[in-house]
Design a protein around this ligand. Structure first.
Ligand code: IPE
Ligand code: IPE
Ligand code: MG
Length: 260
């Protein structure tokens, strides 16, 4: 993998601080603050969403170049249906344009695309866009890009439990059923993904907003006040640098205590 060429001295300084052997394998991002970015500029919310797609492009391309294995972007939550219809429709239009326009870049960067969420509830055109992007990038072997659309972590768990029950029913009833963690994991939408190592949220909100509740059990969390449309490669590098300074204990002892 070719390490990205820095655009300026600041970026070079950040890149130099990163240990290429200890990159987070899976980075998940709650892309928040498009509306506030627009309000700050007295622009309509739509302008914030449009500006946000630039950050999406940059982060995907840069993650691929860095050699991350997986990037998961929270683009539309099940709760986002509460937004006015014109905003929702604008988001679908933007997604349609994005997928059409960005496919060559995804191909060029060897990115494999997939989507998670209750996809069957999305507008049919969006479903078709997703299906063709998945099919066209299926052979790519680089970054696995997952976009969460009409995604809710509680709904994901409900769907997983129901998938388990359906299978048990088929085997003659629920008698004696016991679920275990592996069974639940294997029935989540993210079954093909490792758990996120690093969870980033933009715009300063200290909450997870129903994102990957099961999977982030031991994710390192990095929050920036930067609004999503202003998020760029330098923020991503800073998040990775901070991640590499953390000690992941998973409930065990710190290195220092364990050595005593
Ligand atoms: C994130 O930005 C994009 C989506 C949730 C679709 P917001 O639209 O939530 O922006 P704020 O939080 O209102 O600033
Ligand atoms: C989280 O952002 C969902 C996405 C980024 C898609 P929201 O803006 O919907 O979250 P809340 O409402 O601030 O919790
Ligand atoms: Mg928001």
């Amino acid at each position: 993998m070719l390490w990205p060429a820095p655009r300026d001295a600041e970026e070079a300084g950040l890149l130099a601080q990163i240990d290429a052997a200890r990159l987070p394998g899976h980075v998940a991002i709650i892309m928040d603050g498009n509306g506030r970015w627009a309000r700050q500029r007295r622009l309509p919310r739509a302008a914030g969403h449009r500006a946000g797609t630039r950050s999406v492009r940059e982060v995907i391309e840069y993650s691929a170049r860095l050699g991350l294995h997986a990037l998961t972007l929270y683009a539309f939550s099940m709760e986002n249906w509460k937004r006015p219809k014109p905003e929702r429709e604008m988001l679908w239009k933007l997604l349609h344009q994005y997928l059409k326009k960005e496919l060559p870049a995804l191909q060029r960067n060897n990115v494999r695309f997939q989507a998670i969420g209750r996809l069957h509830e999305l507008p049919v055109l969006v479903q078709a866009d997703i299906a063709s992007a998945v099919a066209l990038t299926a052979g790519n072997t680089g970054l696995l890009l997952t976009v969460a659309l009409n995604y809710g972590a509680r709904a994901e768990l409900v769907d997983a439990f129901n998938a388990i029950l359906d299978r048990v029913d088929g085997n003659g009833g629920m008698g004696g059923l016991r679920v275990d963690e592996e069974m639940i994991r294997a029935n989540l939408y993210t079954q093909s993904l490792p758990d996120p190592d690093l969870l980033i949220r933009t715009s300063g909100e200290l909450r997870v907003s129903n994102f990957l509740l099961w999977q982030i059990a031991y994710a390192e969390i990095w929050v920036t006040g930067t609004y999503w449309p202003d998020f760029n490669r330098k923020h991503l590098l800073q998040a990775i640098i901070d991640y590499q300074k953390r000690e992941r204990r998973y409930g065990g002892l710190s290195y220092r205590d364990a050595a005593q």
